[in-house]
Structure formats: C-alpha cells, structure tokens
Design a protein around this ligand. Structure first.
Ligand SMILES: [Zn+2]
Length: 269
C-alpha cells in the first residue's frame, strides 16, 4: 500500500513539474502571430486547446472556416447527398423555366410545397416529374437545411436501398439497413417507380416508412411518374401511412434545366 502511495506521490509531483514547465512555456510565447497558411490573418494563442493538446495552439479565423466547411462537406457526403445538389438552396431554385404551361404543377408550386414541408405543414413530400426539372435540387436544399440544423439525413435511391438490403442478407444485417433509413431525422428516397419493385420491395419500403410514420419522422420521396402511378407503385399500405402523416404531392413537366442553371451536369460532353 505504502509503495503505491509513494509511486502516486512521485507521479503527481512529476505532473505538477511538467505542468509548471508547460505553463511557463505558454507564457513565453507571443499571444498572437501570423497564420503560416494565411499570412494576412492573425492567429491567436488558445490557452485551453493548448492545455488539452499539450502543445501551443494558435487559432486562425480562416483556418477555422476551412475546418467548418470541410466538416460540412463531409456531413453532406456521408448523408448520401448527390454531388450536384450540394449547393442547393430553396432560394437558388429557378422558377422561370420553359415549358411550364401544362396542366400540372408549376415550379412556384414546387417551391411552395418545399416551404410548407420545411415548416412542418406535412410530414411527407412527394416531388415528381420529368428528369432534370429540379426535384433533387429542392430535396437537396431541404436536406442541407436539416443537416445544418444538426439533424441526421439519409438519402438513397430505391435501387441502392434494395441492393443494400439484399446484400445484408448474407451477414444477417438487414435490420441495420432498415434502422439506418427508419431512424434518420430526414429520409430522402429517390427514383421512386423508376424500375419494377423487387418481390420484397414493398415489404422493405413498408418496414422503413411504417417506422417513420410511428416515430413522426419526415420523408421526401422523388419520382418520375404522375400521382396515380406513384401510388400504385408504392402500394395501398404505404400510401396510407404517407397520407395519414400529411402528404404534399407535386408533379411537374417543364423542360429539364440540367446544364442551364448550374444544378446539373454541363451541356458539353
Ligand atoms: Zn489560417
């Protein structure tokens, strides 16, 4: 027992000695200096982080901005957001688009639906229509806003979801695939109705969307087909769940804006 106490005393004495040395080292350093990476920026000696990291730490505002931007980009990537929607906002969605004189919804009605969804008017949002009309852009804007507010987002297309589920059969981890999509604070399910449902497709979607319905979690669904076809593809049980949580559905048919407003690929090959 005594040996332990002596060892402990020695250890504490050593820590005190080193702390004193480190403190006088910090005191001898300049309180600020130019950032080595941004010479026009003043980096300030940060005492608390220095103690934690056991080395002097200078904080530069521009370096801090870069770290924040990198972390944000990583969150968007990890959530599964496609690269072409990672700069989307509701404000930079263009409402002035050619070919909007159809019997269907207009770009302005798409924006209004996105805003209502964001305000919590409805728990589910289905944006549907021709490829390139900006459904993904609006979903991206809503997903980014959720991520920036610190919420978890899962973005997947149906084919990848079914593939992930089937791959998980092998190591018996299908529950993890369902959980990941059922528990995200916001789920974006892309490419609804693009392909035929696999035999267990409705079961997989129902397992996820029923849990989300019970946990009052919002879901955005993106598809290419008009309402009736989308409903048929999803099946009665799922449509029922979506509707009872409140569901806004918009279908648009204006010209693709890909390569014209910067929210898609360029028009040159
Ligand atoms: Zn810097």
């Amino acid at each position: 027992m005594q040996t332990i106490e002596i060892a402990l005393d020695r250890l504490l004495a050593r820590i005190a000695e080193q702390s004193g040395a480190f403190e006088s080292h910090l005191n001898s350093l300049p309180s600020s200096q130019p950032c080595p990476r941004h010479p026009d920026q003043t980096a300030v000696l940060l005492i608390d982080p220095s103690w934690r990291q056991k080395r002097p730490v200078y904080g530069c505002p521009m370096c801090a901005d870069e770290v924040r931007a990198k972390r944000r980009a990583r969150r968007l990537h990890d959530a599964g957001l496609p690269a072409d929607v990672r700069h989307a906002t509701i404000e930079n969605f263009q409402t002035d688009r050619p070919g909007i004189e159809t019997a269907h919804h207009t770009p302005s009605q798409f924006i209004e639906a996105a805003r209502r969804f964001q305000a919590g008017d409805a728990r589910n949002l289905i944006l549907s229509g021709k490829p390139g009309i900006g459904k993904g852009h609006l979903a991206g804007a809503l997903a980014i806003a959720a991520l920036d507010a610190g919420r978890t987002v899962a973005w997947t297309d149906c084919a990848s979801l079914f593939q992930a589920y089937h791959d998980a059969y092998r190591d018996n981890t299908t529950a993890a695939v369902v959980n990941r999509h059922a528990q995200a604070a916001l789920l974006v399910l892309d490419e609804l109705g693009l392909r035929d449902l696999p035999a267990d497709g409705e079961e997989i979607l129902f397992a996820i969307l029923d849990r989300r319905h019970k946990d009052l979690l919002p879901t955005i669904l993106l598809g290419n087909q008009p309402a009736e076809i989308t409903k048929k593809w999803l099946g009665g049980r799922i449509t029922d769940r979506l509707r009872s949580g409140g569901c806004i559905l918009r279908y648009g048919e204006w010209e693709s804006m890909r390569g014209k407003d910067g929210d898609g690929a360029g028009d040159e090959f």
